[in-house]
Design a protein around this ligand. Sequence first.
Ligand SMILES: Nc1ncnc2c1ncn2[C@@H]1O[C@H](COP(=O)(O)OP(=O)(O)O)[C@@H](O)[C@H]1O
Ligand SMILES: [Mg+2]
Length: 307
Amino acid sequence: MQGWILNRFPQHALRSDCYGVHRLLAQAQQRNIGIRVVAAHELDIIAEGQGRHRFLLAGQAVAQPNFLLNRMGSATSYFALAVMRQMENAGVYVPNSSQSVALVRDKLHTLQVLAHHGLPIAKSMLAKYPVNIDLVERELGFPVIVKTLAGSQGRGVFLCETRHKFEDLIAMITTSQGNPNFIIQQFIAQSMGQDLRVFVIGGRVVGCMVRKAAMGSFKANYSQGGTVLAYPMTPLIEQLAVRTAKVLGLEIAGVDLLFADQGFKICEANSSPGFRGMEQCSSVDISAEIFNYIELRLEQGKFANQV
Ligand SMILES: Nc1ncnc2c1ncn2[C@@H]1O[C@H](COP(=O)(O)OP(=O)(O)O)[C@@H](O)[C@H]1O
Ligand SMILES: [Mg+2]
């Protein structure tokens, strides 16, 4: 069996801090799976008539793998999505499909789909110019969260404690750049500085942890210096996380849940969640879980190909 990991960096330039990719490589080698890391920019894709799909790697024709695992998450470019679509059309198994990766890369689209399926979310608006501050205050109140449509590791998320701070931020955004799209979201005070990260693989929860922000921060991301602790599963957490992954079409998902008055609100879902924190605070082996699932799906030989 041959598999490719679609990554931002090619195999020869893999940084030592790419924990997840290194773990996946080691796991594949242990299982005698031929595995290689491929960066989207190393590939050329050629679509031809008669149902032919060709792939070139560093300019040379290359056989298609049995599966393509995307580890680019919200950094998945249009080119990477096109590679995934061509692989899907060529019959390659692509766990997390191009469609689901594109969907969760857009946090507003994600929230719209979750809301449509009756899942709990923080009330959110897409910014419209000129931003009507009174309307934001009326609908969401202050403090309020401002976040980019795409982003990860807490980098595009901002907390405006007061109306004044929000006015300042909007003034800065509108003067510095040409009306970028962003989300304005109700701040879930009860979750201040902590959230849950739930790993769902193949419709099953395989791990759950609570993340606590570093002192002075409201962002619970592990990559922002947060600490992690295994968290006991409950039927509610399980149901929310599994349904979230299902309605978004994610076979491998890191679902973020915010603590809220009556249970939880779904913050976002990640299509290629990092797993250093989860493996550090529990005995769960995420790379093994991912390959157990991929092997099972390839054995079954049934996967919906994109058109
Ligand atoms: N509406 C909110 N209310 C309270 N905290 C939030 C809210 N949205 C995000 N956060 C905090 O910020 C962190 C990062 O937000 P998130 O939308 O998951 O961005 P990223 O994709 O960068 O991880 C979350 O893990 C959570 O701790
Ligand atoms: Mg997050």
